[in-house]
Write a protein that binds this ligand. Structure first.
Ligand code: GLY
Length: 356
């Protein structure tokens, strides 16, 4: 039966959706580029008939627990006090429910805590100390999430700070070290690690993982999880735990999520914007491009200001069509896809081309 909502989709989308409705869509999982293993795990679980949300959470748990991903979970870069604070959100299409946690300390898997909030409370969002107490009450293990690698990067960041007169309280003498002087300050650390620490000290990363799934019954779910902006003010929540920004899902239309500079996403309610764009007939690619254009508009197209950050969007329509979008072109402009075989990276559509 064609509903009023179907009529808002383009003829091509309507045809694809009708075919999918008749035969069931082909299962698919997409994620940010750091989620190849997450997509593989989620697809394995979808094939066993697992719930779509359980599948994507199991997928992103791999990255949350991986100390080498410094933008998510354990090993994430800390706030300005050297404390790792995590944000996550989940959305479950079949029950049309969602939930989030923000500023959660000491728990490796904030996505699981958000799922517990969704399933065990009538609240949508828990933050800070309340989120930690809730996690404790539900038996989550408390751990120190700050790895040695992340602590080193935080120390390098501290030593790169100067006040208006150029003074730094965290380094001996009157001047903070140059990149070249770091080796004498941290003699036990290898040069590649020091170069990385200097890079993230000067350009704080906003990594994150978003993962979206669709099963053969047409059910969808999504999750976004992050340690947020490195060196943030304690208590800063980015877009990842904001339903409608870092994650949004309408089982009748599709799902969207984001990684990158969260403040820019919140200002355009990016994930909600993308799902509404698809509801009104845009393809996933058109929908993510439109969201990127809204960010460009917020700076009146000023390239010098836009060059100070980057942001990615991911869209999965209920018929299985998908897209990734990124503000700036470059070697990292890709997203992960698994449609039943091996996980692979596909190119994002990019709004702006880097000069030179
Ligand atoms: N997108 C992650 C953050 O800005 O916190």
């Amino acid at each position: 039966m064609i509903t009023r909502r179907d009529c808002l989709l383009s003829p091509a989308a309507l045809a694809a959706a009708s075919t999918a409705a008749a035969s069931g869509p082909a299962p698919v999982v997409i994620s940010s580029a750091n989620g190849l293993r997450a997509c593989t795990r989620a697809m394995e679980l979808l094939k066993t008939g697992a719930d779509t949300l359980d599948a994507v959470i199991a997928g992103v748990n791999i990255v949350e627990e991986d100390p080498e991903d410094v933008t998510v979970g354990y090993g994430g870069l800390p706030n300005e006090d050297g404390v790792v604070e995590l944000d996550a959100s989940v959305a479950h299409g079949p029950t049309r429910r969602c939930a989030a946690v923000a500023g959660l300390r000491n728990i490796k898997t904030p996505s699981k805590v958000a799922q517990r909030v969704m399933e065990q409370t009538d609240h949508i969002m828990l933050v800070g100390e309340g989120a930690l107490r809730f996690a404790r009450a539900h038996g989550f293990k408390e751990e120190n999430l700050l790895t040695e690698k992340a602590r080193l990067a935080w120390m390098v960041w501290k030593q790169s700070l100067r006040d208006a007169s150029g003074h730094n309280n965290w380094a001996p003498g009157l001047w903070a070290p140059s990149a070249a002087a770091l080796k004498s300050r941290f003699p036990q650390v290898d040069e590649a690690t020091l170069a990385w620490a200097w890079q993230v000290a000067v350009h704080p990363p906003t990594g994150t993982i978003n993962c979206l799934s669709l099963n053969a019954k047409g059910e969808m779910s999504g999750v976004t999880t992050t340690s947020g902006l490195a060196w943030k003010i304690p208590g800063r929540a980015g877009d990842s735990p904001i339903i409608g920004a870092g994650l949004y899902l309408d089982q009748d239309v599709g799902a969207a999520g984001s990684t990158g500079r969260g403040e820019e996403n919140i200002r355009i309610a990016g994930a909600h914007t993308i799902v509404e764009n698809m509801r009104h007939g845009m393809s996933p690619k058109e929908a993510v491009l439109d969201a990127l254009k809204r960010i460009e508009r917020n700076y009146n197209g000023n390239r010098d200001l836009l060059a100070k950050f980057d942001i990615n969007f991911y869209a999965l329509r209920r018929d299985g069509q998908h897209a990734g979008g990124r503000l700036w072109s470059g070697p990292h402009a890709s997203y992960a896809v698994n449609d039943g075989g091996a996980s692979r990276l596909e190119p994002c559509v990019c709004l702006l081309q880097k000069r030179g």
